[in-house]
Design a protein around this ligand. Structure first.
Ligand code: HEC
Length: 188
């Protein structure tokens, strides 16, 4: 009697364990079973949708005037000659002229500027004459530009030249300024 009970246990145990595992298995592509709570599925508006609550009817709101996004820098200059000169007086290049910054400046210049300005800054890049000549960086007037004026030109563009603020970060623009200075210095 006792023996047959023990044997019964030996057979039953795996059946119960495996059967339990099989019964509790779940589809990993489905969310877990959860208590009815609003915490998991919040009723928040999606960013890019209309919004009946906020002014303007949109969920995305413009930044509060006078605030800057994290990592952004203020640039209080208009695309005018007067403001370009003011930038020349007020701004200093924060990037030191190290071999590393010059190497990076060269890489960026060759990528974004040399098409028009030419590899050595002569204003004779491969796109000329399909695009009007930019002035040579070795001209008297380009040499006289202050670092801040060059930075202003790259940031806001100038006449036929577009702004490169979207392609180059603030630090990268200053690295390019360093590199242009080194091109000018290399040719007395
Ligand atoms: C599509 C062609 C083109 C590209 C690319 C370009 N530029 Fe220019 N750039 C011009 C033209 C044209 C001018 C002359 C604008 C004017 O009429 O004052 C100019 C003017 C300038 C000036 C002012 C020169 C002066 O003597 O006043 C600077 C500085 C300058 N560019 C820097 C850059 C830098 C740095 C880059 C790369 C980030 C760049 N440019 C990319 C076409 C270009």
């Amino acid at each position: 009697m006792m023996r047959s009970l023990a044997w019964g246990g030996v057979i039953l145990l795996p059946v119960v364990v495996l059967g339990g595992l099989w019964g509790a298995r779940r589809d990993p592509t489905q969310p877990n079973w959860q208590l009815p709570t609003q915490m998991a599925a919040s009723p928040a508006y999606r960013a890019q949708t209309g919004n009946p609550v906020l002014a303007g009817g949109g969920t995305l709101q413009p930044p509060v005037p006078g605030t800057l996004a994290r990592g952004a820098h203020a640039f209080h200059y208009a695309p005018t000659d007067a403001d370009r000169q003011r930038a020349g007086v007020e701004l200093r290049n924060p990037v030191p002229a190290t071999p590393r910054s010059l190497k990076e400046g060269k890489r960026l210049y060759d990528t974004f500027c040399a098409t028009c300005h030419g590899a050595t800054g002569n204003g004779d890049g491969p796109i000329i004459p399909k695009f009007p000549n930019p002035p040579s960086f070795h001209s008297e007037q380009s040499r006289k530009l202050r670092d801040g004026e060059v930075f202003h030109t790259i940031t806001l563009g100038r006449k036929k030249m577009a702004s490169y603020a979207a392609q180059l970060s603030r630090e990268e623009r200053w690295q390019v300024v360093r590199y242009i200075r080194s091109l000018q210095a290399a040719r007395p």
